[in-house]
Design a protein around this ligand. Structure first.
Ligand code: SF4
Length: 280
């Protein structure tokens, strides 16, 4: 049994909030950089260059990449051989978010109740997904989620008879309907299978996968590549101003499901596909 202190978790989450708001991971920054070369529309190219310049300024001057610094989503993979000391894990994570958003001067975008809309003023609570895994480590993945793109995400409760073509059409439909509202170029996270809520979590987690890494399952890999090609032929383009770069990647995760169903969730992220990963 390994002990991990709540204070260390809080400090780590705080640092991750600040890091993710100012720096994109290498794979996302590379996808943006590469798209400048491949984009066919001159206006689209210009938008991509501005996004690259914005990213550079964010890192150099420590100004958030986007004014919407998102709602903090955290995937916590908890090794079953660890013991958390000094309080509750959830409180430690939320304290890290509170300190990160306050000390990092990041926009506080969370309201306490979706009906009365009163801001919590410290961007808490985070949305936390817990997984118990083997080992004696605590792996935290923070993915602050902007809501321009979150609002354009969808769940489709397809029938098995809709088949693979039905799944592909659903993903393309979600992206087409999102259009410029999701601040393209987008990253498209897809969850197929499970239940209503499980497919949405699969889709959210898919957004944290390295953009250069395709699914290990050959027919899912093919689907990711085919759907990305279809999406990039929609012509939405960077900033929604037209072009051949509507999405950087389609990342699909799957899970077993019921014989009578085929849930498909499409979680769309903008080009500011932020995440930070740390292991304690
Ligand atoms: S969707 Fe992304 S780029 Fe658009 S405002 Fe939100 S965080 Fe910023």
């Amino acid at each position: 049994m390994r002990n991990i202190q709540c204070a260390d978790i809080t400090k780590t989450v705080k640092e991750m909030c600040i890091e993710a708001s100012h720096f994109l991971t290498e794979d996302v920054a590379y996808a943006l950089h590469k798209s400048v070369e491949t984009e066919k529309s001159p206006l689209g190219k210009q938008v991509l260059c501005q996004l690259e310049e914005n990213l550079q300024i964010a890192g150099d001057d420590m100004i958030p990449i986007c004014q919407d610094t998102g709602m903090a989503v955290i995937f916590a993979e908890i090794g079953q051989d660890i013991h958390i000391e000094g309080g509750l894990l959830e409180d430690a994570i939320n304290q890290g978010v509170r300190e990160g958003y306050t000390e990092g001067f990041l926009r506080k975008s969370v309201v306490k109740c979706p009906i009365d809309r009163v801001n919590t003023k410290d961007n808490t609570p985070a949305v936390i997904h817990y997984d118990i895994v083997a080992g004696d480590k605590l792996k935290l993945t923070l993915a602050p989620k902007g809501f321009g793109s979150e609002n354009m995400s969808r769940v489709f409760m397809l029938k098995p008879a809709d088949g693979v073509e039905g799944i592909k059409d659903a993903i393309v439909t979600a992206v087409k309907d999102a259009g410029p509202n999701a601040c393209p170029p987008m990253v498209v996270g897809v969850g197929i299978g499970g239940t209503f809520e499980k497919c949405a979590i699969l889709a959210k987690k898919a957004l944290t996968r390295d953009l250069g890494k395709r699914s290990d399952i050959p027919y899912i890999k093919d689907m990711e590549e085919e759907v990305l090609e279809r999406i990039n032929k929609l012509g939405i383009g960077p900033g929604g101003l037209g072009g051949s770069t509507t999405a950087f990647a389609v990342n699909i995760n799957t899970y077993p499901t019921h014989i009578a169903g085929m849930p498909v969730a499409v979680n769309i992220c903008c080009h500011v596909n932020r995440h930070s990963v740390r292991e304690l």
